[in-house]
Design a protein around this ligand. Sequence first.
Ligand code: HEM
Length: 394
Amino acid sequence: MTSDRMVCPVAGFDPFDQAFLRDPHPVLAHARAEVPVFHDQALDAWVVTRYDTIRDIFRDPDRFSATVASEPLRPWCDEAQAIIQGGGVRIPPLLVNNDPPDHQIHRRFLGAPFARPRIRQLGPMVSTVVASQLAPLRAREHFDMVRDVTWEIPVHVLFDFLGVPAEDVATLKRWTASRVRLIWGHPETGEQIALAHSLVEYARYSERFVEHKAHHLGDDYTSDLLRAVGDEQRDPDTVRNEIAVSVFNLLFAGHETTTNMMSNAVRLVLSDRVLWDELRRDPSRAEAIVEEAIRLEPSVTAWRRRTRVDVELDGVAPDRANARDHLSFGFGIHYCLGAQLARMQISELLAQLAVGFPTLALVDDQVLTYVPNTSFPGPEQLLVTQKRASGTAA
Ligand code: HEM
């Protein structure tokens, strides 16, 4: 492919721009039709927009390496780099940023506690977390769906799953939000330095947590892995270090994505009163609606690969037959480990909202804002309103 670094050939394509973040669909539809693969100067990356081509890339790790996935989009300033290196933060290749054959070794070990029956057992806990988050809102006429609901549920579910104490939620939320900006955003120098300090604290926390857990095993992901260290034919210290890095990664991957997906799903459902009425009549429709929401308004919209060889893309681009086979959880060897857990939480929230908040509606004329970054779209707030039923208990 030839490189044209001077211009972005797709008008309106700017992943850091609020108008694009709010509604990228017309711009991307135009790109898919007219310039399906283009070079973006600001990202210094090729952007691939067609379903089939992306799917082919996902299943071809020989030509498209995932090792770039956790690298900063923009190089950090010297001071931020020094803070991160001096703080001992390393994000070695494990899962999302790794290729075969090493990826399979880690996926087998770190993915074991995500087995379907184990995740299914979390159903009652998820249901309780959703119910307790919604209960105080029943009597409120207005609330912010993000701050009061979707910001909270996935992090509490994830902490329970990982075995992390609930009192650390607020601190960790702050640290993990800083990781989005540092890796997938475009922070200025001063901000990079502050974010770098957060990243160091967050990595240290993950290490301390795993050390502590080793002496206080429980019924959680981290303990399951620590119990399995002895079964591995690998150096135990290396494996324990790998668990700490996995916790560090999951403390981010396991809730930001789901928070944004919940907000996107609620916005979609409340924007379509026919759909909302359908869900109210039959809350068991939540699972199917969630799948459609994940396809239409995913909370991970861009992911990176680095080419290992010269490639040609979209010389031919056949239409896809099945629109429901979305790529929002990735595809192939990196397919999202948390997909089942995420789906479960979002369906549970939609079903409980449909039952408990029948008059819920989006507040008119609100202008949504998004954290400017290439990959994880979700509104920063989503104001909703409901008519209180007379006699509703506070
Ligand atoms: C709606 C919410 C979520 C979305 C949209 C999402 C999306 C994705 C995507 C697109 C990938 C693949 C990246 C690639 O191909 O390189 C991925 C990988 C991954 N996700 Fe998720 N995710 C979500 C929730 C979760 C949750 C709840 C967890 C864990 C608790 C999780 C853990 C992971 C892990 C560990 C990987 C790496 C898998 C591998 O490389 O083998 N995700 N996710």
